[in-house]
Design a protein around this ligand. Structure first.
Ligand code: GDP
Length: 212
């Protein structure tokens, strides 16, 4: 069995200039309630790890976790808080845009989509936007356990199509039922490993089979 992804909270940052140097970085993005904290906790097998990202004052910031063995995981602010003031939405959108487009060390952006309800218009916009800038990204569908086994194949096809992808491109996970976590940990290790001349390795979506 793949061992847990050992993560240690480093800091919260409100500007990309405050980010420490690292060989390679993974970013987790998704709308609020998609299951991002649950997934980070499950990957790290640490119950309260991502709670830090939900503490007042940190929810609009980039929350950094050092990966034991090398690299960084960045928990990005959840998007789609309808109640947030427009001014605030603007400032954290700018932070996210700068981070996702300009951060040189960012080797993979994991876009979380709720597996039970499928991609929302905001998710579709995020995926389309990353694609238009040719930013490396992988769609992770959460809450696999909430999709009835009788409708799973259909749901997988529909979710992938909604993201403009094929089912084999999507990594399905359940933080609650431990589905797909080992595979995602393995992928994280590959993404974070740098090659002999110090360049991060790239993993192309669709190069591995469907999970779950
Ligand atoms: P975040 O806002 O994206 O960090 O989402 P949370 O991790 O706080 O999860 C939002 C809700 O979805 C909570 O009620 C979780 O218990 C639930 N949830 C998260 N992951 C799973 C999962 O894999 N299976 C099920 N059934 N529920 C989940």
């Amino acid at each position: 069995m793949t061992s847990r992804l050992q993560l240690r909270f480093v800091k919260s940052a409100g500007d990309i200039g405050q980010l420490p140097d690292t060989p390679a970085e993974l970013a987790f993005v998704g709308r609020s309630n998609v299951g991002k904290s649950s997934l980070l906790n499950a990957l790290g097998a640490q119950k309260s790890l991502a709670r830090v990202s939900k503490t007042p004052g940190r929810t609009r910031l980039l929350n950094l976790f050092e990966v034991v063995g090398g690299g960084t995981v960045v928990d990005c602010p959840g998007y789609g808080y309808a109640s947030a003031p427009a001014k605030m939405r603007g400032s954290w959108q700018k932070l996210m845009e700068r981070y996702l487009l300009e951060r040189r060390q960012l080797v993979m952006i994991l876009v979380l989509v709720d597996g039970e309800i499928g991609p929302t218009p905001l998710d579709e916009q995020m995926i389309e936007w990353l694609r238009s800038y040719d930013r490396p990204h992988t769609v992770v569908a959460t809450k696999h356990d909430k999709v009835k086994s009788s409708t799973r194949d259909k749901r997988k096809r529909e979710l992938a199509a909604g993201c403009g992808l094929t089912p084999g491109d999507i990594v399905w996970v359940s933080a609650a039922k431990n589905v797909g976590l080992d595979r995602l940990r393995d992928l994280a290790q590959v993404w974070l490993s740098v090659d002999a001349v110090g360049r991060p390795r790239r993993w192309e979506p669709g190069s591995s089979s469907e999970d779950g």
